[in-house]
Design a protein around this ligand. Sequence first.
Ligand code: BG6
Length: 512
Amino acid sequence: MIDRPETEENAARPAPSCTLVLFGITGDLVHRLLMPALYNLARWKRLPVDFAIVGVSRSEISVEQLRNDLSQALQRYTAAKSEEAKLEAFEQNAWERVVHQLTYVSGHVDDPATYKTLLECLNKRKPDTGGNVLFYLAVAPQFFAPIVRRIGEAGLAREGQGAWRRIVIEKPFGRDLASAKALNRTTLQVFREDQIFRMDHFLGKETVQNILAFRFGNGLFEPLWNRDRIDHVQITVAETVGVERRGAFYDVTGALRDMVPNHLMQLFSMVAMEPPISFGADALRDKKQEVLMVVRPLLESAAADYAVRGQYEGGAVGGRAMQSYRKEPNVDPASRTETYAALRLEIDNWRWAGVPFYLRTGKAMRARSTEIAIRFKEAPLAIFCGTAVKQCVPNWLVLQIQPNEGISLQFGAKVPGPDLKLSAVKMGFLYKEYFNTSPSTGYETLIYDAMLGDATLFQRADNIEAGWRLIQPLLDAWADSQSILASYPAGSAGPCEAERLLARDGRAWRPT
Ligand code: BG6
């Protein structure tokens, strides 16, 4: 994990020399996030001193044209002034440190000739970069396995004379348990587990990394973190955006696959896991795995009892009209794909038995908010007998992942005056009030860690499969054309059916 450079001394810790091979260099992910992240790393002096980038893609463009496109994209992003800006004002020197390292291989990723050219390219850079290579698959998921195979056949995964070879694989890692297992098998035939970095970009978020720092770095909270004190947990990832230009991908994916076995499972396992013995990659991933293994299995036949799915209708989000999901470009007009998913999980261990975890995620929701909300058990009311207090104020501890990153604690306080009345009040911590963080994409830490060989913030093969195994019965249940698909207006809090999921347990979602 990067501690951002605030002093020159901090700044002088570049990653080891290497070549970064970016498959999909002309694509959206590289323009929007990876190049800006490399640029930020250059500004923070974290890029290797001896560094090269080799872009690979089908497009027949010159390296000058590619550099030009990437420069223009970066300048657009540095000029963007939104609250969520990921970059500071454009710094020519830092960008040149990135863009001047770039060479380009044009070729199809399933053509052995591409890898021959790539090998020549890597051999040329070997004296500078020590033969260390980080492959990064920023391509559509159907190309993951073919690229891995071709890398293997061309002998490019072989490590020699102290040099390392590693691979970063983007999300989605499979589309169900069987395909995730197959991709793990293919990848593990070519690379060892410690060479593979499976990406979940939520782990690059400071607020996600802070879940463990908060839980295990404070004497106050851990003793309360269990079924004795906690009533239930709500994990929400609500987005205001619709499917934007991703209709073709999204319509065969849906909210459950897109968000739950990966991003929501990360949040879930970090809240629910037992303390690891260290922040070492395997110590941490073992504990995440253990908690996923003791989640009570979901039953395909009982999906309606623990899960709700919905699709947005036309509506308005933040005052702007939004058309219904079925009218979005590249979406089947009769689509039954869910844009909202909610589910209830239970963990069968001593810490959590009897404490439900409610998870929900949706597109085109009223407000953008990713939060983990922990509701504590209520205090007994008897002492207030004969006063105006008819109910105690619920205690909520809320880890706000984004936006307005921070943590708040709600508790009851006496309303000043002669009568005894309670009111809900809040203590809050906001990152922006305490830390002078520079804007970032969240990918900086992940790229830097992969260059260092630190897999703490990446998914192990078994973690990936555990996420898919958990939701597979629900995927199967929802694949049935008779299964219920609720609807909700764009700009709302989701379908009413999701309210009922909690109402049945005598609980309610927090307002989004
Ligand atoms: C991606 C999903 O993995 O995460 C998108 O495919 C989603 O559908 C995105 O919008 C959310 O990430 P973030 O960082 O914008 O919260």
